[in-house]
Design a protein around this ligand. Structure first.
Ligand code: S3P
Length: 172
């Protein structure tokens, strides 16, 4: 069984994925960390040195490579399902499920504001108002893909543990 966690930057995919994998006794793979290991550089360096278009190509190659895995929780990058045919491939993958972690814009802003330097798409934004506007527009475009997920969970005001328990019960 493969569980793909989908959602915007800051929606908690990595932390929730880690917790859920422990509860299920599954492996956990964070796609960004996997790419960083394989490429030998941080995501920010990757964007600077190779550009976003090349990153999106490699992101597709690596997620396809991971489809061989079993009993695994995979936290995607926020943009992974929003390019090419990736979301359709994931939804039609046998013995797997796609789960959308939905987080409100104010919560995303408060989580991402202090961490924006690590995220190349938002690192240049200089006020919380700009970040709010950016996320609003970006989510509007990306929700078309995120909403194709087979299941979804609202993460606002819940602990990592509570969300992982909720996900576990969705999977039963
Ligand atoms: C991105 C999200 C990031 C990372 C890259 C691009 C995006 O992953 O893949 O910075 O396009 O939303 P997280 O969602 O894990 O922050």
């Amino acid at each position: 069984m493969k569980i793909f966690l989908i959602g915007y930057m800051g929606s908690g995919k990595s932390k929730i994925g880690q917790k859920l994998s422990e509860m299920l006794g599954f492996n956990f793979i964070d796609l960004d960390a996997y790419i960083q290991d394989k490429e030998g550089m941080s995501i920010s360096e990757f964007f600077t040195k190779r550009g976003e278009i090349y990153f999106r190509r490699k992101e597709r190659d690596y997620i396809m490579e991971l489809l061989d895995q079993d009993d695994v929780v995979i936290a995607l990058g926020g943009g992974t399902p929003c390019y090419g045919d990736i979301m359709d491939v994931l939804v039609s993958e046998p013995d797997s499920t796609t789960i959308h972690l939905k987080t409100s814009i104010p919560q995303l802003v408060s989580r991402l504001w202090t961490e924006r330097a690590k995220r190349p798409l938002i690192a240049h934004l200089s006020t919380q108002e700009e970040l709010t506007e950016f996320i609003g527009k970006h989510l509007f475009e990306r929700n078309v893909f995120y909403l194709k997920s087979e299941q979804s969970v609202v993460t606002n005001d819940k602990t990592i543990e509570d969300i992982a328990i909720e996900l576990q019960s969705l999977l039963e």
